[in-house]
Ligand binder design. Structure first.
Ligand code: HQG
Length: 184
């Protein structure tokens, strides 16, 4: 089996090719983001990521954020969210809880206060249902700040929310009126 470090290395590369740059590995994603597992394994092999189908399954199953999913027959694989390439993941609109959380870094706060939350390079703004996850997401960018988002009010005002297979809440944009900034 792969050790944690190797699994993480492959997982990072998979995030890159399944979300952002399939062309760097010479694969293509279909409209729903799927790519063929056999072809992916062959391409990975030639790129120095010599993993078996079982090892790929292990990575998909143990990934800490459930970033990837297999099709039912396990012939195809895709990323569950986070794409920058155009894909239609078939998200279904869902009623959010009253409050959601967004983790960001202190250095972005002034800009967020001015413009609200924008999706930047992704297809959606990503929100979490718990503060701890948001805190961890924010730490990736610097000194973390957790923003509270009045998601219930947003939904009532007509903003659409989706939830990805791995539980992340997604919406287009969060205007400043729905953002509570605390503890600064
Ligand atoms: C910030 C991870 C200035 C935003 C996590 C964030 C997540 C603004 C950064 C997923 C802004 C974008 C997404 C504005 C937003 N002015 N900065 N108006 N609006 N920002 O990485 O939410 O590891 O694209 O606060 O678990 O950090 O990829 O988004 O700090 O679910 O699987 O712009 O990524 O998952 O950063 O993270 P990102 P994110 P993975």
């Amino acid at each position: 089996m792969l050790n944690d470090e190797e699994a993480q290395r492959v997982s990072k590369f998979l995030s890159l090719v399944l979300r952002h740059k399939p062309e760097t590995l010479g694969i293509t994603l279909n409209e729903q983001g799927w790519t063929d597992v056999d072809r992916l394994l062959t391409k990975l092999y030639h790129r120095g990521y010599q993993i078996s189908r079982d090892q790929l399954k292990y990575i998909v199953e143990t990934n800490n954020k459930k970033r990837f999913a297999f099709s039912l027959d396990e012939s195809q694989i895709r990323a569950n969210q986070g794409h920058s390439v155009e894909v239609d993941l078939g998200y279904v609109e869902k009623q959010p809880p009253a409050l959601l959380y967004h983790g960001t870094a202190m250095r972005f706060i002034d800009s967020i206060k001015a413009d609200g939350l924008r999706k930047m390079n992704r297809h959606h703004v990503h929100l979490s249902s718990d503060e701890q996850t948001a805190y961890m997401v924010g730490s990736r960018h610097g000194k973390p700040v957790v923003l509270t988002i009045k998601a219930g009010e947003m939904a009532m005002a007509g903003h659409v929310f989706y939830q990805s297979d791995n539980g992340v809440w997604l919406t287009d944009t969060v205007p400043t009126a729905y953002i509570i900034v605390r503890n600064l």
